[in-house]
Design a protein around this ligand. Sequence first.
Ligand code: HEM
Ligand SMILES: *[C@@H]1O[C@H](CO)[C@@H](O)[C@H](O)[C@H]1NC(C)=O
Ligand SMILES: *[C@@H]1O[C@H](CO)[C@@H](O)[C@H](O)[C@H]1NC(C)=O
Ligand SMILES: *[C@@H]1O[C@H](CO)[C@@H](O)[C@H](O)[C@H]1NC(C)=O
Ligand SMILES: *[C@@H]1O[C@H](CO)[C@@H](O)[C@H](O)[C@H]1NC(C)=O
Length: 324
Amino acid sequence: MATLKFLLVFILSLAFAFGLANSQSLQVGFYKKTCPNVEAIVKKATTDFVSRTPTLAAPLLRMHFHDCFVRGCDGSVLLNSTKGNQTEKDAIPNQSLRGFQVIDAAKSALEKQCPGIVSCADILALVARDAVSLINGPTWQVELGRRDGRVSILLEAIRNLPNPFDNFATLKSSFGALGLSVKDIVVLSGGHTLGVSHCFSFGSRLYNFTGKGDTDPNMDQNYIGQLKTKCKPNDVTTTVEMDPGSAKSFDTDYYTMVSKRRGLFVSDAALLTDSQTKAYVLSQLNSRGSTFFKDFGVSMVNMGKIGVLTGKSGEIRKHCAITN
Ligand code: HEM
Ligand SMILES: *[C@@H]1O[C@H](CO)[C@@H](O)[C@H](O)[C@H]1NC(C)=O
Ligand SMILES: *[C@@H]1O[C@H](CO)[C@@H](O)[C@H](O)[C@H]1NC(C)=O
Ligand SMILES: *[C@@H]1O[C@H](CO)[C@@H](O)[C@H](O)[C@H]1NC(C)=O
Ligand SMILES: *[C@@H]1O[C@H](CO)[C@@H](O)[C@H](O)[C@H]1NC(C)=O
């Protein structure tokens, strides 16, 4: 028995020595020794902004999602473009990305206490969690240990971010390619309980769905009428709340909207076209029996693992908007 144990320890140390340690996974408490106050510092920075401006919670959650879907959760969404090099920030879907000042505030506070230790990618994951919990949403344990990438490319954002006109098959293959499940799709889409959308992200559903001046038959016609009073044809400036009346509060209303065929995007409506996601939407309508809060934490942890850089890969950026 003792020899067996010894052998096991020996083999494990060998594995580490040969660099398997580089493919180590994320862990809760990763900075316990190197930056013990990391969670409190990030939480303070997030609270400073979100308690004054609750509308910032939505773009802060979305920022982590955009980061993870393009090149993995590597902080690449934060990189400024340099001359002649357009980054993910320059992509059309960036237009409602806001709140970069929150990330910068957290980063500069962290650099004072533990310089060069905490990655921007990890800050994004923590800020997303704290933003959600500050507006009555769930909280969850964030696994840490991501490192920052050095590359950010405009075209990759255009190619890899889900499109609001995606149908279910497209969502399934884009989430699936990143290791996310059908359940993750329907749970993470619940993030649309927060925030606003530009009219152009769904406008053709109101005015010109198939190019014949028609509306989307999968959207409630009364709701189409209401939305038309806000969004004029080819409107590129107006925004509307995705969960009207409670866009600043994290709750299960998104599923109520989707079930009434009032989801704003084709991709929201698509959740009713698959039996598994449809059953989930309907199962969340009774808020007492809802599992959404617990599920959301689980799916956020899953999303936070996409394509992460760990060990000696990447770097720890000194400033989140520029590579070292
Ligand atoms: C399922 C695929 C998804 C699609 C097609 C999609 C698409 C979009 C679009 C088009 C907007 C509005 C952008 C605009 O016109 O200004 C938006 C907003 C938003 N999305 Fe998604 N999204 C998806 C998944 C997610 C996920 C996984 C999350 C987070 C967990 C998320 C969180 C948000 C939030 C919070 C907003 C509001 C942002 C704000 O108020 O500034 N979305 N999404
Ligand atoms: C990054 O770009 C933003 C504007 O998009 C600017 O305010 C900020 O100063 C830039 N940061 C760095 C470090 O260059
Ligand atoms: C988003 O991209 C547009 C160009 O499409 C650019 O003018 C704008 O500064 C970008 N926004 C941010 C926050 O980088
Ligand atoms: C600039 O663009 C090139 C090619 O698109 C890419 O290889 C390079 O990594 C980019 N630089 C940054 C900082 O992302
Ligand atoms: C509707 O779509 C068709 C085909 O894309 C286009 O030719 C037409 O100009 C559009 N109509 C409006 C009002 O935008």
